[in-house]
Write a new protein. Structure first.
Length: 116
């Protein structure tokens, strides 16, 4: 099983990034997918989730209206479009695959830094 994140980096406040997470080794379309993040000195927090066929999404209050989670089950990939980025969005972002309540697989994480 592999979850490989890409698309992170350094961006100025107000800018945008799109994270991707490519999955392999399991039946991607059967799993809920989530993005988490962890900032230095803080606990890991759930940012967004999407159901197995993409019909349901949910977001942390801190990112609602700015971030969009999506998936392409033909490419075994989940995305996180991040707009209007703020310095407080700086964190390591992790891709996660699981069920309705359970987490099973994690990516290695990717750094997102929002700074001028």
């Amino acid at each position: 099983v592999q979850l490989v994140e890409s698309g992170g980096g350094l961006v100025q406040p107000g800018g945008s990034l799109r994270l991707s997470c490519a999955a392999s080794g399991f039946t991607f379309s059967n799993y809920y997918m989530r993005w988490y993040r962890q900032a230095p000195g803080k606990e890991r927090e759930l940012v967004a989730l999407i159901s197995s066929v993409g019909g349901t999404t949910n977001y942390a209050d801190s990112v609602k209206g700015r971030f969009t989670i999506s998936r392409d089950n033909t490419k075994n990939t989940v995305y996180l479009q991040m707009n209007s980025l703020k310095p407080e969005d700086t964190a390591v972002y992790y891709c996660n695959a699981g069920g309705f309540t359970m987490s099973y697989y994690w990516g290695q994480g990717i750094q997102v830094t929002v700074s001028s």
